[in-house]
Structures are given as C-alpha cells and as structure tokens.
Design a protein around this ligand. Structure first.
Ligand code: DHB
Ligand code: FE
Length: 279
C-alpha cells in the first residue's frame, strides 16, 4: 500500500522563480523567505518521497474562461512547463505517473468526484515554483508527479469544504494503491493577497496565522468558510488557500508539524510554507 508521508504547502508567487534563476537566495529581500524552506528540505532529504500529488491552480495556461474544469487530474507520461507571461524559464518536462493517475481518477470518480481527466497538461508557476523550492537545483526532480488543478480563477469556486473532501478522497485513493511508494501531497498558492482592484496589496496576517494553526489542528474549521468569506478575509487571490486545505485533507493519520514559516511581503503577497507529517 502506498503511504502518504506528509503535506507540504507553499506560496507560488511568480517572482520566486526569477529569484531562484538569478541566485538571489542570500539577497536581503529574499533570504528570510528562502531560509523558511531549509528545515523542509532536510525533511525531504531524509524521507525521499517517490511521488508528489500536486494540488495547484492553473492561471489560464491550460484552461481559460471558456473552458474551465473545477477539478482536473493529470494522467500524462510527462508535463511540459510553460511561461504564461512572467519571463520565467522553461524546463524539460516533469515526470508523470500515468498508472497511479488512472488509479486516482478511478477512485475519485468512484467516490463521486466527477473530475476532468487530462492526458495533456502544461505546468505554470503555481506548479513549477513550489517544485523548485522543494527540490532546488533539480530541473526537473526525479520524483514522479500527479498534478491536480483546482479552479480558483473563475467564480463559482469550489467550496472550501469540497476541496477538503477532495483531499480526503485523494488520501483514500493513494492509500488503496497497491505499490509501496512514499507519497507527499503538495498544495500551492496563498497566502493572503489581492493583485488587482481597490484592495490590491491587501494582506491579512491574522487570518494567515489562523490558517496555519487551523490546518495543523482543526482543518474542519477552515473548511466551514465560504469562498466569498475567504476572498473577504484573504483577498481575491488569497482564496488559493483552498489548495492548502485540500492537501491537508489527504492526511488521515496523526498529524504533526515539521516546520512553518511566514514572511511579508514577496511581491504584493504574504508568503508562507507549512510542512505537516502524517503518522
Ligand atoms: C502573484 C501571486 C500569485 O499567486 C500569482 O498567481 C501571481 C502573482 C504575486 O504576488 O505577484
Ligand atoms: Fe496564484
């Protein structure tokens, strides 16, 4: 049986990609942000997971407003990377794991999640930047990946409770896979931010701290928010915290914190990383 060893959640702000490419990790602006990942990198180095299920949001690269699935699961041999306009570097494709993807898809549909299934999917900053943060210098890393896209672009967004339930269903699906792989679930996006409109630059540190605490100890509490309440509390794009909630949902065991770090600002955004172990 495959084992979920933990959930890693991280911001995916595009400028992180350029900071990595330009070697800015020790620059005074960036150092506190990158230092926040060190304990997580040590944990990854010890644990050496085989598969990453990556819950992220596509920002118009695969799916545009004319054709936008709520939940989409990748089932490709590999995932090409593309820059949707941030001047980010493009890397060789990430490794897929179609056999396990199809198992997830079958299990999710059986659990009444009528997801879109994608045999082709290109990855944007929301997938690539967290992967570069967690596997630095490996473009791409050896780990097999299964991307799961959650709509946070066009309303109506899926309810936070539905995203949490999706994560729980992914947890059950992974744990019914007959292989003995170690699986890490990654959730990307957040934390509080709003990129446009009257509240551009909006950040809510208190809410972000509550999210970090609640994701560890009481995820159901965060799952009770509506999407609009998340927008009010975290900003229009801060609603991306639903990917963190979905990743947390996949942890069925006793959960402990490996590490968390929170830093304001990167770009216009509150940047955070939270790593949870599943026992
Ligand atoms: C920024 C943050 C995002 O989540 C995103 O998708 C694009 C830009 C930013 O803070 O610049
Ligand atoms: Fe985003």
């Amino acid at each position: 049986m495959a084992r979920i060893i933990g959930a890693l959640t991280s911001s995916h702000i595009p400028s992180i990609g350029n900071a990595i490419s330009n070697g800015k990790q020790d620059d005074p602006y960036w150092k506190p942000f990158f230092d926040g990942y060190e304990p997580v990198l040590r944990w990854l180095d010890e644990q050496k997971p085989d598969v990453a299920v990556v819950l992220y949001n596509d920002h118009g690269l695969n799916f545009f407003l004319n054709n936008l699935p709520t939940f989409a699961v990748g089932a490709a041999q590999e995932y090409v990377t593309k820059d949707e306009g941030w001047g980010l570097p493009v890397f060789p494709p990430y490794r897929g794991y179609p056999e396990m993807s199809w198992h997830l898809i079958e299990s999710l549909v059986e659990q009444e999640f009528d997801i879109a299934m994608c045999q082709e999917m290109a990855m944007d900053h929301a997938f690539i930047n967290p992967m570069r943060l967690f596997w630095p210098g490996q473009n791409p890393p050896k780990i097999k990946t299964i991307p799961v896209a959650i709509n946070t672009v066009q309303f109506p967004l899926p309810r936070p409770s539905r995203c949490y339930a999706l994560g729980q269903a992914i947890g059950r699906a992974v744990e019914s896979w007959p292989g003995d792989e170690k699986v890490v679930v990654i959730g990307t996006g957040g934390m509080s931010h709003q990129l446009d409109g009257e509240r551009a630059g909006f950040i809510n540190k208190k809410f972000d701290e509550m999210c970090m605490e609640t994701l560890l100890n009481d995820p159901q509490r965060l799952a009770k928010y509506s999407s609009l309440e998340l927008v009010r509390e975290a900003g229009a794009q801060g609603a991306e915290i639903i990917m963190w909630l979905a990743a947390r949902g996949a942890l069925h065991g006793r959960v402990s914190k490996i590490h968390s770090s929170y830093h304001i600002p990167i770009s216009n955004t509150a940047a955070g990383v939270l790593a949870l172990a599943n026992h």
